[in-house]
Design a protein around this ligand. Structure first.
Ligand code: FEO
Ligand code: CA
Ligand code: CA
Length: 627
């Protein structure tokens, strides 16, 4: 197996994949031939008998609908603009609702979500669903970026999190319950508590909050996590997109630059032009009060959300929770920007399983770590270690510009750089296997990889990485509390038709029938199936020819086989994943359909604007999804 001088770089990548080689002699032989028709068909024969995957791979599609394997169907649970309360304004379909009306309706661009079973009632549940950002072409009637404070207020009313109640009808279908007292919008102007080490910190104080203990709102809520004590963790990702400066000559501090704040505002939000809270020339510390993980209790609609600063401030993607051997809580987190890091938080105290309320402040005390992945370029496996980000340790001292622990957490990226963390290809979702505790992380793409400051390495093996890969690690002694781990690459996405025989063909578990780009969402079901959701280029041409619209695949983590399970409508990203406890309903998010102006999903009648929606996938025979 070492005599692989003639192999392409990626074939070498593939060869060193222990799991694949472990699938047997035939698969091992096939791997040598990856890229040739013989290699691919032999591989298919070797691994097609996955006992986990009970459906056939479906074709790529560019249709303006959801495509599923035979025997599966979808229904819409809820869409942007759906009235939440008994007296909420009905959806009008033309973007004409004002900010006050939007506050009573389901938010825009749903993303990560969790399903909270109702204690003692299998037919009742709550769902917490992120509303990440706004598509102004549809949110606002004029279809342009905000032109007034009223427009900004509507945007602020449409983002954050929506909590809804759902109930299961006699036919087994889950339905949204309009008028439930649990339905709630957690938006960008709702007061929230700041807790943990950065509470009251000098950098958290503003004119409106001179004590640095209360902040208005959460926004740019990408994905999420669910705690064992029944609360929701919403992750603030591209928060800097909402900030800008009315002083075009303002000098940006290194701290602002490190988080990619820019004077114009990083997108089409323009909030800073109409709402001075978002103008960094007037309120320089407001931006420090965002970029956190915020905890929400969905079962208490009057509760105040809490920003948990012990988990660090960066562009949070999701929060994957597990436990150490000795019962402390571990939260894995990715920072989604090119070249940013992977983090792990370990709580100081143990989880109290007999008393959920005792865990309420577990996330305020503990240690934050950042990942360093060893290994050489083109060696897709290696050892890694977790480096503690704690004031006074590992050089995080006043001599190096860190004033206290709150400062380390507020500027977690700078702390990570100081301790030598590994720059990754945009860490997106992280998921922990319920079967063996191995941890998977999507690295979605990184067109800056290969530049001087981001050279290719083992885990980020391709320059100008347009396709992405999924990293996997196993903690030492299978203890999530370990400081060492080993890692490999589970899949390297690519296009074997456009780029045969090169690293951009992807690893051997990618073929002409299942190819995809930009893995983003990621989650396990209880049986250990690994679901992969994409947020990539849906142009279906060039590097992406034959991949179609964004989609969802399902992988067998042991054999490595991946099958395409769902294709979304035009212009959308597939993001957000939850299951009913019986796994007979899968909830999937369709975000920004028609971003390219070419969709009318889900209501295809003339003149209807496309709407981000949560859809439910079920089997015609009522069986377990994917089985
Ligand atoms: Fe909101 Fe990194 O995705
Ligand atoms: Ca994402
Ligand atoms: Ca993404």
């Amino acid at each position: 197996m070492d005599n692989n001088q003639e192999l392409t770089d990626l074939e070498r990548l593939v060869l060193s994949r222990r799991r694949f080689i472990g699938t047997g002699a035939l698969a091992g032989a096939a791997l040598f031939l990856a890229g040739s028709p013989l290699g691919r068909s032999a591989l298919a024969n070797a691994i097609s008998a996955s006992p986990l995957l009970g459906f056939d791979n479906i074709a790529a599609s560019t249709a303006d609908t959801i495509t599923l394997p035979p025997g599966y169907r979808f229904d819409v649970l809820i869409s942007w603009g759906q009235p939440l309360h008994a007296d909420s304004t009905p959806y009008r379909g033309d973007g004409s609702h004002n900010a006050k009306e939007q506050l009573g309706q389901f938010g825009e661009n749903n993303d990560g979500m969790s399903f909270f079973p109702w204690p003692g009632d299998a037919n009742r549940a709550l769902m917490a669903i992120n509303n990440e950002y706004c598509n102004y072409q549809y949110l606002l009637q004029h279809g342009k970026p905000p032109q007034s404070l009223e427009d900004v207020r509507k945007a602020q009313a449409a983002v954050g999190v929506t909590v809804i109640e759902v109930k299961r009808d006699a036919g087994g279908a889950w339905q949204f319950v309009q008028g439930s007292r649990y339905n709630r919008r957690v938006h960008a102007n709702l007061p929230m508590e700041i807790s943990g080490p950065a509470r009251g910190h000098e950098l958290m104080k503003t004119k409106a909050d001179p004590s640095g203990i209360e902040v208005l709102g959460t926004f740019q809520n990408c994905s999420s996590g669910m705690t064992p004590w029944g609360t929701y963790l919403t992750c603030e990702e591209n928060f800097t997109d909402c900030f800008g400066s009315t002083d075009a000559k303002l000098a940006l501090s290194p701290a602002l630059k490190r988080y990619s704040v820019n004077l114009e505002g990083a997108s089409d939000n323009h909030w800073h032009q109409y709402d001075e809270r978002f103008d960094i020339s007037r309120h320089p510390n407001e931006v420090n009060r965002h970029g956190w993980i915020t905890e929400i209790d969905p079962f208490d609609p009057d509760s105040k959300p809490i920003k948990r600063t012990a988990l660090g401030r960066f562009k949070h993607e999701n929060a994957a929770l597990t436990e150490t051997r000795d019962g402390r809580v571990v939260v894995y987190m990715g920072d989604d920007e090119r070249g940013e890091f992977i983090y792990k938080f370990i709580s100081r105290d143990r989880l109290d399983k007999s008393n959920p309320k005792a865990n309420r402040h577990l996330l305020d005390h503990g240690d934050l770590y950042v990942a360093h992945l060893g290994g050489q370029a083109l060696q897709p496996r290696g050892e890694g270690k977790w480096i503690k980000l704690s004031f006074g340790e590992n050089g995080l001292t006043p001599e190096h510009g860190f004033s206290d622990h709150g400062d380390v957490l507020i500027r977690a990226r700078a702390a990570g750089t100081h301790v030598g963390a590994t720059r990754m290809d945009r860490p997106e979702w992280i998921a922990v296997s319920p079967k063996d505790g191995q941890v998977y992380c999507t690295l979605t793409n990184n067109v800056k990889r290969g530049n001087e400051d981001q050279p290719v390495d083992g885990a980020n093996p391709r320059a100008n990485n347009v396709y992405g890969q999924i990293l996997r690690w196993r903690e030492a002694s299978d203890d999530a509390g370990a400081e060492r781990f080993t890692w490999d690459l589970f899949v390297v996405a690519g296009n074997p038709v456009v780029h045969p025989g090169t690293p951009n063909a992807g690893s051997a578990n990618v073929n002409a029938d299942n190819m995809f780009n930009s893995p983003d969402g990621l989650g396990f079901d209880k049986d250990g199936r690994l679901w992969v959701l994409t947020d990539g280029n849906y142009g279906d041409s060039g590097d992406y020819a034959g991949m179609g619209n964004n989609q969802m695949l399902c992988a067998d983590p042991v054999s490595g086989e991946m099958r395409r399970f769902l294709v979304g409508p035009r212009g959308c990203e597939i993001t957000g994943l939850a299951f009913s406890p019986d796994q007979r309903t899968m909830f999937v998010g369709v975000q920004h359909p028609g971003e390219d102006g070419k969709s009318s999903f889900p209501d295809h009648r003339d003149g209807m604007r496309p709407r981000s929606s949560v859809v439910m996938i079920r089997r015609d025979d009522g069986g377990v999804i994917g089985a």
